[in-house]
Design a protein around this ligand. Sequence first.
Ligand code: ZN
Length: 153
Amino acid sequence: DWSGWNEEGQQAVCFFCDASFDQSDKVYEHMTMAHDFDFVQMRQEMQMSFYQQVKMINYIRRQVHLRNKEGERTADEVATIIIDNLRTSTKWNQPQYYFPTYENDSLLCQLEDKDGLFEPEDTFVIGEDGIDCRAIINHSVLTDLVVGGYFDS
Ligand SMILES: [Zn+2]
């Protein structure tokens, strides 16, 4: 049970820098101001499902991680490149991005707050109790699906 999310003092971390906040809304606000990236507007425009949001976030975090490791670009340049790529859904709408880049990514749990906004497209991983955040964080269910070749078609 993770209903006491905020009381545990977990922080939601910005996609592009080290800034962290106690609410996902504040992260989105920060990214709009600091990085010119409005995630809330983008997911509205693109009518993104819960799992598409998960995949986009994991894609962004992976790309930021990889490009920062190269060390050839500034954080702003990295952000610009990645944001450009987001409009092409084939770049991030891939099964491997179900898996979190960072363990216990609080922002993924916070997506639960917006549950029901959009139609989930990946109904096979949604149980009767709705979306289980822990299943995504621990990626045990999805690991089985990938290992079992569910996504290979
Ligand atoms: Zn930031």
